[in-house]
Design a protein around this ligand. Structure first.
Ligand code: F0G
Length: 462
């Protein structure tokens, strides 16, 4: 296709509707907590036009035309094209012509090779799709640009979320950029200070509640019944749509070659749901012809999905009292578990759980490649190692880890790890002795060249 021919392609706005994942009802009005008014289950965005036409088209364009248009937009100066989310707008619900998206040029995140981690995990090709390189340092921005834009389009002045820290940071930023106010509910003392700092600086009304994440969610569900605030947790189906673009962008970066396996951390289970939805839709539209396995990894102390699948085959959620140092995924009662389950079934993915020490070790290994991530992201590498050890991922596979948050999101964890304090006084203290070779303690020295040279020479011997 020539440049001129691509420029001439005009996509029509995507036609979409809200559909209940439980009873399939469409057209109903969602309740204040964004659930189906008929059966109370979660809602999702469906695109009826895609399902009925003979040749699959999104917004009137074929797979080849979509690829060409998305590629051409990379050189555009328009904000909507520079966003790594809205660039793929044919696969998103339409905001309508009168509304601009709220964008911080989210998405556009790199894919890195991880050769050293690949050797340790026992696979040939290992990559990280680093969503921590988003504007507020986590994958949440890709869903927030869509959901916040729809909140503004619907005339809301207030948006709100319960959070383990990243959703709140992201929501606060997008609300402020979009001229809305935001309310954040976070568990007191259970989120990292840098995430709390972000929410304050971006201007949210920030409430630290004396409960855990699941308790914050319960309180927020009551608040949204009583006040005209728009819920921006990931039960909001517009969040999921934006988060889908991670998968589209990844495939474009892989020249539309589908990797064998994608590994995602599991908390409230929206991200795994979003990535799975994207792959199923891309297959339906002929953008790809096969699906990767999508596997979900949880911390042992916050493992409701793992337990649900192992103990009752996924029939009924088994909530847990969550406890893990990977505070971003300290969630015991995940809202999107049914959506995630569908993705596991459709892609033949697996679930696995990893220990606190395994998470810490994997995080240091990703850091030692010059990449780094926050603890919740590192469950992916720890989980991959378990899956390869069990023979569930073959050595010649191409695997992508989704790193969800930036290293600087949780500096306390990293400092304590390197100082050897992370597991002091915890039940994991003995087990944690295996981490000593990975620890890089800071040296406090006299201010002389001699002292520094000596340290350098000692390091050279190691
Ligand atoms: N990784 C990070 C860094 C997260 O912040 C979260 C969730 C997850 C993984 C899990 O993603 O919930 O879609 O399964 N953080 C939420 C928050 C809950 O409030 O920031 P999920």
């Amino acid at each position: 296709m020539t440049e001129q021919a691509i420029s001439a392609l005009k996509s029509k706005p995507a036609v979409s509707e809200l559909r209940c994942i439980g009873c399939g009802a469409t057209g109903g009005t969602p309740t204040q907590n964004l659930r189906c008014s008929v059966c109370g289950d979660l809602l999702e965005i469906a695109y009826p036009g895609w399902e009925t036409e003979n040749e699959s088209r999104a917004a009137g364009l074929t797979a080849a035309q979509l690829k060409a248009v998305w590629s051409q937009r990379k050189t555009s100066r328009l904000a909507i094209d520079q966003s790594g989310v809205w660039r793929f707008r044919e696969l998103l619900p339409s905001l309508g012509e009168c509304y601009e998206p709220i964008t911080l040029r989210e998405g556009n995140t790199p894919v890195y090779e991880l050769p050293s981690c690949a050797r340790k995990a026992g696979v040939s090709f290992l990559y990280a799709k680093h969503q921590g390189m988003n504007p507020t340092g986590s994958f949440k921005d890709t869903g927030m640009t869509t959901a916040a834009s729809f909140a503004r389009q619907q005339g809301f002045r207030w948006v709100a979320c319960a959070s383990t820290g990243n959703t709140s940071a992201s929501m606060a930023a997008y609300a402020s950029r979009g001229g809305m106010r935001s309310l954040v509910l976070i568990p007191d003392g259970q989120i990292s200070w840098s995430k709390l700092a972000q929410s304050l600086d971006y201007g949210a009304i920030t409430c630290q509640l004396k409960t855990d994440f699941d308790g914050c969610m319960r309180v927020l569900n009551e608040v949204v019944q009583r006040m005209p605030v728009y819920l921006l947790n990931s039960v909001n189906p517009y969040r999921v749509e934006g988060q889908k673009t991670l998968a589209i962008e990844l495939l474009e970066q892989f020249d539309w070659q589908v990797p064998d396996h994608i590994i995602v951390p599991g908390g409230n289970l929206a991200n795994s749901s979003a990535i799975g939805k994207a792959f199923l839709e891309m297959k339906q539209l002929g953008l790809i012809s096969s699906l990767p396995k999508i596997s979900i990894i949880q911390a042992e102390g916050a493992n409701p999905l793992v337990r649900t699948i192992r103990e009752n085959g996924g029939k009924k959620l088994i909530p847990v009292h969550a406890d893990t140092m990977a505070t971003a995924i300290r969630i015991g009662n995940p809202a999107s578990w049914k959506k995630a389950l569908r993705v596991l079934e459709a892609t033949e993915g697996m679930v696995e759980q990893v220990s606190e020490v395994e998470i810490a070790s994997a995080k240091a290994e990703i850091g030692a490649e010059g990449i780094g991530c926050e603890p919740a992201s590192a469950v992916t590498l720890a989980g991959l190692k378990k899956l390869t050890n069990q023979g569930l991922v073959k050595a010649n596979s191409t695997v992508v880890l989704v790193l969800t948050g930036h290293l600087l999101k949780d500096p306390d964890f990293t400092l304590k790890f390197h100082r050897g304090d992370l597991f002091k006084g915890t039940p994991h203290e003995k087990e944690a002795s295996v981490l000593v070779p990975q620890q890089k303690e800071p040296f406090v020295l006299e201010a002389t060249a001699d002292a520094v040279v000596r340290t350098l020479q000692e390091a050279e011997q190691k």
